[in-house]
Design a binder for this molecule. Structure first.
Ligand code: MG
Length: 261
């Protein structure tokens, strides 16, 4: 999502703050895992939004996207050619062969969590399945570079290289971001390498890394609802996101679900 916080400095979180962010992100992970289990043909994106919101409130968190700059729902549900910021709707019914990107954010005890996954409904085209796998692995490649001593551009490069090697393109108009007591904080984390120097990665930063990868051209458009971002060529797009804390031992994925049993 667009941000108005990028003019502020990059914040360094204390271990206690990172613990709260871990809890905020575990609720996000719980929502995404619940939605993944409920996705079947015939369900509407509105129903997914209700399930997400209910889980969030049951876990004493607030849905972070609801009302954010006027966004009308808790979940971003983006189907097929929709890249990000799809608005859930009773009219949008999932069909076999569709793919859907689910992006969810929470606010918990003053801190935010943010993550996204893309899943398929029923059997899908092989190359579209590859789009999903490449986007997921591109996120892993980016996270591997999120370590002390590297720059943000090392994360960007890893994502871009892996994606383009596989014949897909990265979205330029939307980027990852820092996260903390604001949903969007500096630094911006592009999924491609920019000309200008980018910040050094320091211990205590928390980064929401989120490759948005298109099947065809990189260009995207915003629809008339002023939210839904679609690919310019209307070919499918995938999106994965994790919130990652930078520790002295390397990246710690806060939004990866930790099993309690
Ligand atoms: Mg995000």
């Amino acid at each position: 999502m667009a941000s108005d916080h990028y003019d502020k400095a990059i914040t360094i979180k204390s271990p206690e703050e990172i613990e709260l962010m871990f809890q905020a992100n575990q609720i996000v992970a719980g929502v995404l895992s619940l939605l993944e289990s409920k996705i079947l043909e015939g369900i509407s994106t509105f129903e997914l939004d209700c399930l997400a919101e209910e889980y969030c409130y049951e876990h004493d968190a607030q849905p972070a996207f609801k009302g954010y700059k006027g966004f009308p729902a808790s979940l971003c549900a983006s189907v097929n050619e929709e890249v990000v910021h799809g608005i859930p709707s009773k009219k949008k019914i999932l069909r076999p062969g569709d793919i859907i990107s689910l992006d969810f954010g929470t606010r918990y005890k003053g801190f935010y969590g943010d993550a996204a996954i893309t899943v398929a409904i029923g059997p899908i085209d092989t190359r579209i399945a590859q789009l999903i796998e490449v986007t997921k692995t591109a996120l892993d490649k980016g996270i591997e570079q999120a370590k002390v001593g590297n720059r943000i551009s090392d994360v960007s490069r890893a994502i871009q290289q892996y994606t383009e090697e596989h014949g897909f393109s990265v979205v330029r108009q939307f980027v990852g971001h820092g996260i903390g007591s604001n949903l969007h904080e500096p630094p911006e984390i592009p999924n491609y390498v920019q000309r200008q120097a980018s910040p050094r990665i320091l211990e205590g930063m928390v980064l929401a890394i989120e490759p948005m990868v298109n099947f065809g051209v990189a260009k995207v458009n915003v629809m008339k609802d002023q939210w839904t971002v679609v690919t310019a060529d209307r070919k499918p797009s995938a999106h994965f996101e994790h919130s990652v804390a930078i520790t002295s031992h390397g990246p710690r994925i806060l939004s990866k679900q930790i099993s309690l049993c």
